[in-house]
Write a protein that binds this ligand. Structure first.
Ligand SMILES: [Zn+2]
Length: 340
């Protein structure tokens, strides 16, 4: 019965979604002359082949395949030039004439797969992108709590259900295991701070051991330095530990995440790091003020385009793209439309 209801729902939802995408595509800002200079900023996380085992411990909304990424780059260029985010910001601040439309490509977290799959594709197509690295997590395996949760689920560990912080969210997992259910579980856990979640996971002891393997999920410094030196990628800061910068932070934590991360990256890269990215798109006024003081510009996860008349360089909107929402050219154009 459940399966039947699900199938029925899908058979209604799919054509509706397709019609909506068609409408957005044809009415979208990407097709029209822009009344004022407009910047699109696309947000990517991971680029992984569908059969890569690393997909297993990742939320579906975090991944595109290399084939989809290639298609995206080709399709974007039909509608607007791809620019480096830092260059666009620089030109804007200098009061230069701005392109009518431009698209900046951004990657969050600094995943090793970006080096393996996005870098060659960008190089091949002669394009540039930004990558926001987590300064204290560079070169680490299973660096973030969502990946550790996914790893426990994948191994069907009963421990998740036994911990008082993790158990309520673990109820959402159901059987059989699905990546969507893991996503729902992770979303629920976001009500807790990183400190609480990491402490909960650490208290499980060796149970999360396999998530701490020797193969890094985040690219190591030499790879990040190579990307940075190549001119294909510009490295920006995504804090020291990926702590969400919301009201729960102490002034010391806030300062460490925002200011120290910049210093650490600059020491490793040998030049200024003027761009910042808010983890999970979460921040409060105090964090924003500090980011304004220490960075030239910052990106959020707020969906939308950036028009110069209403621009805030430290709260730039982005468009999240992943396999689930932009696997076809039409779906991608619906995302580029600025209509939702
Ligand atoms: Zn992130």
């Amino acid at each position: 019965m459940t399966t039947l209801t699900h199938t029925l729902k899908q058979s209604i939802k799919r054509p509706l979604k397709a019609a909506l995408n068609l409408s957005r595509d044809w009415r979208g800002a990407h097709r029209k002359r822009a009344a004022e200079p407009t910047l699109w900023v696309l947000m990517y996380h991971r680029v992984l082949p569908a059969d890569d085992p690393r997909c297993e411990t990742e939320e579906p909304g975090m991944v595109v395949t290399p084939e989809t990424f290639r298609m995206h780059l080709q399709e974007i260029q039909r509608w607007m030039p791809v620019v480096a985010l830092g260059d666009w910001v620089q030109r804007f601040e200098a009061g230069e004439a701005m392109p009518e439309k431009a698209c900046a490509i951004t990657f969050d977290d600094g995943w090793l797969d970006n080096y393996q799959y996005a870098y060659p594709e960008l190089k091949q197509q002669g394009l540039v992108a930004s990558i926001f690295a987590v300064a204290d997590r560079v070169g680490q395996a299973a660096p973030f709590w969502p990946n550790r949760i996914a790893d426990l689920v994948l191994r069907q560990s009963p421990l998740l259900h036994q911990h008082p912080v993790l158990a309520p969210a673990a109820q959402l997992l159901g059987q059989p295991y699905s990546r969507e259910a893991v996503s729902a579980c992770i979303q629920t856990l976001k009500q807790h701070s990183e400190d609480t979640l990491n402490a909960a996971l650490n208290s499980l002891g060796d149970a999360t051991g396999s998530a701490q393997g020797t193969t890094p999920d985040l690219m190591p410094w030499p790879a990040l330095q190579e990307l940075d030196a190549s001119g294909v990628f510009a490295v920006g800061s995504h804090t020291c530990t990926h702590r969400r910068l919301n009201h729960a932070n102490s002034p010391e934590q806030r300062h460490a995440e925002i200011v120290d991360s910049r210093q650490r990256l600059e020491q490793q890269l040998g030049h200024e790091v003027p761009l910042f990215c808010f983890p999970n798109g979460d921040y409060d006024e105090a964090s924003l003020t500090l980011v304004r003081e220490h960075y030239q510009a910052a990106v959020t996860t707020k969906n939308g385009l950036n028009r110069v008349s209403s621009l805030d360089l430290h709260q730039l909107n982005r468009i999240g793209v992943h396999e689930g929402n932009s696997r076809t050219t039409r779906q991608l154009r619906a995302r580029l439309s600025g209509l939702g």
